[in-house]
Design a protein around this ligand. Structure first.
Ligand code: CP
Length: 298
């Protein structure tokens, strides 16, 4: 694939190939040499995991990386993002990882002739998609549970504004997860779920769950009428040792990060032996190497 933009562009074969390569990189620590390529990270929204793991993934493949300080770039002087990319290409950059607040912007840029020489990777676009996160999440699930057709997975939180939940719905449908439940208070439920059923009951949603994916409350994305009192949200939806008792005893606890301890998840759950949150972060480096390889091989 020339660009990595969203899960819906991937076939099941492509998903399986990415997982296979990421697992190979993790186990072997052997990476292909892509030193003739040049990568730029352009993050218009804050990030720790995604930005650093794309940089480390590129370093593992001997790719020099430029982290553009987008607040000081010449876009602030009126240059369009398309022109900025064309200028980066003119300096030899052929791979750009973009996180942006505007939904669909990477998809729009991918159609523009001015960036014909660049491969684009979507590192998150507003509330729309976060496909590399979904892929590393799937890799992490598969390290613990091979038979996806038997799995009950629950995603808890602000589903309405979650690009992670969107990408996971497409991915879990594609790979044949048995059951997906989206757990959210009514104002944060999706208008239309692509896959899975929606409930406002935490007990209903996580009963007998094999995997629970807890989401951060993204206060910065909430509109006025969507605000909920955090203490009320916490009392009804937080993952605690008590509420966890509804799930299967061997349940996996996941979270894309950043974690707000004491809000959507208690510290003793996030740090428990059921938690694979840091394993997700580790896997992000290897999955992102697999994604970079697949676009540069096109
Ligand atoms: N999961 C995730 O996207 O984390 P960052 O915002 O830190 O990149």
């Amino acid at each position: 694939m020339k660009h990595f933009l969203e899960i819906s562009q991937l076939s099941l074969d492509e998903v399986n190939q990415l997982i296979t390569r990421a697992v190979y990189f993790k186990n072997s620590r052997i990476f292909p040499d892509f030193s003739r390529h040049r990568m730029a990270n352009m993050f218009y929204e804050n990030s720790t995991r995604t930005r650093v793991s794309f940089e480390l993934a590129a370093c593992n493949m001997s790719i020099p990386v430029v982290n553009l300080d987008v607040e000081r770039s010449s876009e602030t002087k009126g240059e369009t993002l398309e022109d900025t990319l064309a200028n980066l290409a003119a300096m030899g950059i052929d791979l750009v990882v973009i996180r942006h607040r505007q939904e669909g912007i990477q998809q729009q840029l991918a159609q523009r002739p001015g960036i014909a020489g660049i491969h684009l990777i979507n590192a998150g676009d507003g509330i729309h998609a976060h496909p590399s996160q979904a892929m590393l999440d799937l890799m992490t699930v598969l390290e613990h549970r091979r038979d996806l057709s038997q799995l009950k997975i629950a995603i808890i939180g602000d589903i309405l504004h979650s690009r992670v939940a969107n990408s996971l719905q497409y991915l879990f449908a594609l790979v044949g997860v048995k059951e997906l439940t989206l757990v959210a208070p009514k104002p944060w439920q999706p208008k239309k779920a692509f896959f899975g059923r929606t409930t406002d009951s935490l007990e209903d949603g996580i009963s007998n769950a094999d995997v629970i994916i807890c989401l951060r409350v993204q206060q910065e994305r909430l509109l006025k009428h969507e605000y909920l009192d955090l203490s009320v949200y916490r009392s009804q939806y937080a993952l605690s040792l008590q509420t966890l008792a509804w799930a299967r005893p061997e349940v996996l606890i996941m979270h894309p990060g950043p974690v707000n301890r004491g809000v959507e998840i208690d510290g003793d759950v996030a740090d428990s032996d059921k938690s694979v949150i840091l394993q997700q972060v580790t896997n992000g480096v290897f999955m992102r190497s697999a994604i970079i390889e697949s676009v540069l091989q096109e």
